[in-house]
Design a protein around this ligand. Structure first.
Ligand code: SF4
Length: 197
């Protein structure tokens, strides 16, 4: 499969996830707080390179891929996601500078479930939503306990892995995942250029 087709396939998985998340949000009232962005500041977000292939592809199209790659490579100690933009206005906590092309974990976190050891789905959300929207949180927990529809993390990781088992296999720090995704895109196009394709 060409890299472009992989990007399209990933985007289809993302689109289907967006629909499931919207259904879950409508049913429960769960949502992010305006101007929050706190979850993007976590220094230990793990992701696979594959979920950032659309971002890497977009950066390549915009002529930014090599710059990002060099910056990520030269700052391996930076743990906060490179796509995060911390300053907007007074009181804001920041936002994603690459929202359209954010990764799978960014789309799942807050509005999905993880299967526990017994295979029972458990809500995965953040402390802020739990504290600031306690009613919605309770509705969401009940909704899941009653086996109502909720995006299940594992299912979406499986769907991505079916597109590219290698790039979708390993979880790593988010910036490393972005770097590896860009590396895959740069290698692909450099090989094609060398072949005159
Ligand atoms: S890609 Fe965007 S949404 Fe995901 S962690 Fe980085 S800043 Fe946050």
């Amino acid at each position: 499969m060409s890299i472009y087709r992989k990007v399209q396939a990933i985007e289809r998985v993302f689109a289907s996830l967006e629909r499931e998340v919207a259904t879950f949000q409508d049913a429960t009232g769960m949502k992010c707080l305006s101007g929050c962005g706190l979850c993007c500041k976590k220094p230990d977000i793990a992701a696979t390179p594959l979920e950032f292939l659309p971002l890497a592809y977009q950066l390549y199209k915009d002529g930014q891929a090599y710059k990002w790659f060099e910056e990520l490579r030269s700052e391996p100690e930076v743990s906060i996601c490179k796509a995060f933009r911390p300053f907007v206005s007074e009181g804001d906590r920041g936002f994603c500078g690459q929202y359209k092309d954010r990764g799978l974990i960014c789309r799942l976190f807050g509005f999905s479930a993880m299967l526990d050891k017994q295979g029972i789905p458990q809500l995965v959300t953040c402390k802020t939503i739990k504290t600031e929207l306690p009613e919605a949180h309770s509705v969401a927990v009940k909704h899941i306990a009653e086996k109502q529809p909720v995006p299940v993390m594992r299912n979406f990781y499986f769907q991505l892995r079916a597109i590219d088992a290698e790039l979708g296999q390993t979880l790593m720090p988010i910036n490393k995942a972005i770097e590896e995704a860009i590396k895959a895109i740069l290698s692909y196009y450099s090989y094609r250029q060398r072949r005159g394709a």
